[in-house]
Design a protein around this ligand. Structure first.
Ligand code: ATP
Ligand code: PH2
Length: 176
């Protein structure tokens, strides 16, 4: 049995800062969804909105302790789930970030400003990895030679959190 092209050793993948990829056109992304408030309501809303953008595959949703919680400052658990989204129409990273921000807004996400306030996160959508639409410029040519794969890891999200690794590994276990 052959594993899909997502079956990769993530450490070997090219890491790239999102700032330099803003205008690049994307065809596939791997996302991490997180919610620490009414997850049972907001995860289905987010999944439905993502499914409208293309074909989605989901990892199992797990409840995890907030990795920023301490004994002194306990915080509500998160429910996390990873999503592989193959876009119907290629979009720039910038467009996609704006789309996901709007989607978080549709989930009633409010950004608290007071310091030390425990955040109520109805929906957080983080882009973990991306696949570019075409190999047509010097940057992407370099990337393809540097890496065995055409998946690019968002440098600002790496190293991945434990729950993200579990989700990505589950998605990569699909066979073709
Ligand atoms: N890999 C990425 N995934 C999602 N957004 C990103 C990514 N890299 C940069 N951004 C930018 O960061 C912004 C996300 O801001 P947001 O307020 O959601 O952060 P946050 O949710 O508070 O951070 P965190 O998810 O680390 O808790 C978006 O507007 C987007 O432009
Ligand atoms: N387990 C877990 N903890 C978190 C998460 C998250 O998604 N999962 N997101 C955070 C801020 O975005 C802070 N802490």
């Amino acid at each position: 049995m052959h594993k899909t092209s997502m079956d990769l050793n993530m450490a070997t993948l090219t890491k790239c800062a999102p700032e330099i990829l803003q205008a690049q056109s994307l065809v596939e992304v791997v996302l991490a969804l997180g919610s620490n408030y009414q997850a049972e309501k907001y995860l289905p809303i987010a999944r439905e909105s993502l499914a409208a953008l293309g074909e989605i595959r989901l990892s199992t949703a797990f409840q995890n302790p907030d990795f920023t919680a301490t004994l002194e400052q306990p915080k509500p658990d998160y429910t996390n789930q990873c999503v592989h989204l193959a876009l119907n129409t290629p979009m720039s990273l910038q467009q996609l970030q704006q789309t996901f921000k709007a989607l978080e807004g549709n989930c009633n996400r409010r950004r608290q400003t007071k310091p030390n306030q425990v955040r109520r996160v109805t929906m957080d959508i983080d882009i973990l990895m991306i696949k570019l639409a075409t190999i047509e410029n010097s940057l992407s040519k370099k990337l393809i030679f540097k890496s065995i794969s055409d998946w690019i890891v968002m440098a600002n999200r790496y190293p991945f959190k434990a729950h993200e690794i579990v989700g990505i590994e589950e998605l990569t276990a699909f066979t073709d």
